[in-house]
Design a protein around this ligand. Structure first.
Ligand SMILES: NC(=O)c1ccc[n+]([C@@H]2O[C@H](COP(=O)([O-])OP(=O)(O)OC[C@H]3O[C@@H](n4cnc5c(N)ncnc54)[C@H](OP(=O)(O)O)[C@@H]3O)[C@@H](O)[C@H]2O)c1
Length: 306
């Protein structure tokens, strides 16, 4: 039976630290969360962020815009949040309606308040290994690997999916020359030839495709660590909605060395990371000068120099 890499203990550890930190602050940490209405699944994620903020002792201010809001309206709200010193973190909930210029939106968020690290400046920092806020989902993968002490140095990590929110920044992070990264990384996508053969060569296989059952049992070996980033909505015959990952979990759970469940895996850790980014933003990345690795070492191991 595979080792189950549950997200809950990882998230709990990070949240316990955050709770202590947020409660010790004289001025509360504040995140401005901006949502353009129209995507029902986003309502769930937004409410989840607000609920977590309350539990952790951080303020989440929600600004809702109607579905027909323009890029300019959105940019004005981001500029206001950038200029407001009481706002430490900014997040624009995606997906945005098709008429919105997402690149313009992400580029307008102050990189030092960018809690999901979508500004191209932050993505560039990540690629170059410069200390910055790091994107929530790739960092959740990184934190999960660290928590379960899965070695990455010199290991072959295959990522299926090359989006700007998951695949590409995760590949950049795993290439950092640090003890908990330093991997050999292969990134696959819809045009990749011999995808199954390449996936089978992975020591760690990460799937961020967005298709239920995409990773089948014949794509993994007995020594593969399987990280499932996918969150896919499925309706049963009665119309009841459930969420599943990209991995055929039932077929792979008996074979892989270790595997993350969905739900209860990477998604669970992602929200905790977003609030860790809020704390990092509040402390000031330049002033504080601690990396995400330093924070995770402190949270998981108890000191800054492991
Ligand atoms: N756990 C979390 O916190 C979290 C956060 C964000 C996203 N997600 C989930 O992760 C999944 C991916 O999200 P995303 O935003 O990265 O999605 P995305 O932007 O749609 O990207 C999907 C990637 O998968 C590739 N792909 C699609 N079909 C493929 C195929 N048949 N063979 C090989 N590659 C294929 C695409 O290739 P091309 O580039 O060639 O099109 C693309 O690179 C979704 O299920 C999403 O809900 C989870």
């Amino acid at each position: 039976m595979s080792l189950l890499l549950n997200g809950k203990p990882v998230a709990s550890k990070i949240k316990a630290y955050l709770k202590e930190q947020f409660q010790a602050l004289e001025t509360p940490a504040k995140m401005r969360l901006i949502q353009v209405k129209g995507d029902p699944a986003s309502d769930f994620y937004v409410q989840n962020i607000i609920r977590n903020g309350k539990k952790l002792g951080a303020v989440v201010e929600l600004i809702e815009l109607s579905e027909d809001a323009t890029t300019e309206e959105l940019l004005k709200i981001i500029h206001d949040a950038n200029d407001d010193p009481s706002v430490h973190g900014i997040m624009v909930q995606e997906p945005l309606p098709k008429h919105i210029d997402v690149l313009k939106v992400n580029s307008t968020i102050d990189p030092y308040k960018d809690v999901d690290s979508l500004n191209p400046v932050n993505l560039g920092h990540i690629m170059l290994g410069i200390n910055s806020l790091t994107p929530a989902t790739p960092t959740a993968v990184y934190a999960t690997l660290r928590y379960y002490q899965i070695p990455t140095q010199g290991e072959h990590i295959v990522i299926v999916g090359r989006s700007a929110v998951v695949g590409k920044p995760l590949a950049s992070m795993l290439l950092w020359k640090t003890p908990h990264t330093d991997a050999s990384v292969t990134v696959l996508h819809s045009r990749s030839k011999q995808l199954k053969e390449l996936a089978r060569q992975a020591d760690i296989l990460v799937s961020a495709v967005g298709r239920a059952g995409f990773i089948t049992e014949d794509m993994i070996g007995e020594n593969t660590v399987v990280i499932d980033v996918g969150i896919n909505e499925q309706k049963d015959a009665d119309g009841k909605v459930t969420f599943v990952g990209d991995v055929d979990f039932n077929a792979c759970v008996g074979k892989a060395l270790a595997i993350t469940p969905v739900p209860g895996g990477i998604g669970t850790v992602t929200t905790a990371i977003m609030f860790l980014n809020l704390l990092r933003a509040m402390k000031g990345i330049q002033k504080d000068n601690k990396t995400i690795d330093d924070f995770l070492t402190f949270i998981f191991v108890g000191n800054y120099d492991e």
